[in-house]
Design a protein around this ligand. Structure first.
Ligand code: CTP
Ligand code: CA
Length: 228
């Protein structure tokens, strides 16, 4: 729960974690974003560090203090997040928890958009953002040995998450049940199904910190199979 974790170690390993939302500018004072506290990603970064990994945390704008002993690279947009992730390679482990905006505004203005009496409302044109998880999973010789994605779904959790694992080329997907009736969204707990090529494993409802510790333990076991 605190300090160094019991069980297999990640000493000598470099882990890259993405966390938080991205902010995609509309004009100098406005942006598009996903809802994300960053809390699950920060907890995972801390749990990997507690197992001895060197951790680079690429973080979108969040209201959290930098976890001690972790190299935090702050970014705003998805494009910046991808560049910071590429700059952090090579790594052994990538865990993509960030709620990356799927689109950016194609033509952000460098002056604040102003209302004019009688003028029609502006229409935003969007363009797709890079998929950071898919890029890391397809990084050729620089590909991390273990690439882990997240998927939050409101229905058909395991089916959609398993499809995302294949589509993005990652090794594991941490599937997160965000049906409104679970009360998970925006809360302190998560309900997880861990999906790999070997199948799926449903975890009990856990705090985000406990999810992080369990995931870090699974990752450490992956890198020391004979000690698991
Ligand atoms: N992800 C990413 N870069 C993006 C979009 C998603 O790295 N541009 C990562 C997330 O960090 C997460 C995983 O991909 O680990 C799944 O994100 P999600 O939004 O659930 O998947 P999408 O492919 O964007 O599909 P959709 O939003 O349409 O469900
Ligand atoms: Ca998305």
């Amino acid at each position: 729960d605190h300090g160094a974790a019991a069980g297999p170690s990640l000493a000598g390993r470099h882990a890259l974690v993405t966390a938080g939302p991205t902010h995609e500018p509309i004009d100098p004072v406005r942006y598009l974003a996903n809802r994300s506290s960053g809390r699950q990603g920060y907890a995972i970064a801390a749990a990997l560090a507690a197992r001895g990994a060197r951790v680079t945390l690429v973080s979108g704008p969040v209201d959290l203090p930098p976890p001690p002993g972790i190299d935090v690279r702050r970014v705003e947009t998805a494009t910046q997040m991808l560049a910071a992730c590429r700059a952090a390679l090579p790594c052994d482990i990538a865990v993509c928890t960030a709620a990356v905006a799927d689109w950016h505004v194609a033509n952000p203005t460098d002056r604040k958009m102003k209302k004019a009496p009688g003028a029609t409302a502006p229409v935003l044109t969007l363009a797709p953002n890079p998929d950071i998880l898919a890029h890391l999973a397809a990084a050729g010789p620089a590909r991390p040995a273990l690439v882990v994605g997240f998927a939050a779904e409101t229905h058909d959790l395991e089916r959609y998450a398993a499809a995302k694992r294949v589509a993005k080329g990652c090794d594991w997907i941490v599937a997160n049940d965000v049906r409104p009736e679970t009360g998970i969204m925006g809360g302190a707990e998560n309900e997880i199904v861990l999906i790999s090529a070997d199948g799926s494993e449903r975890w009990p409802r856990l705090t985000k910190e406990a999810v992080a510790q369990r995931l870090a333990q699974r990752i450490a076991e992956y890198f020391s199979p004979d000690r698991s």
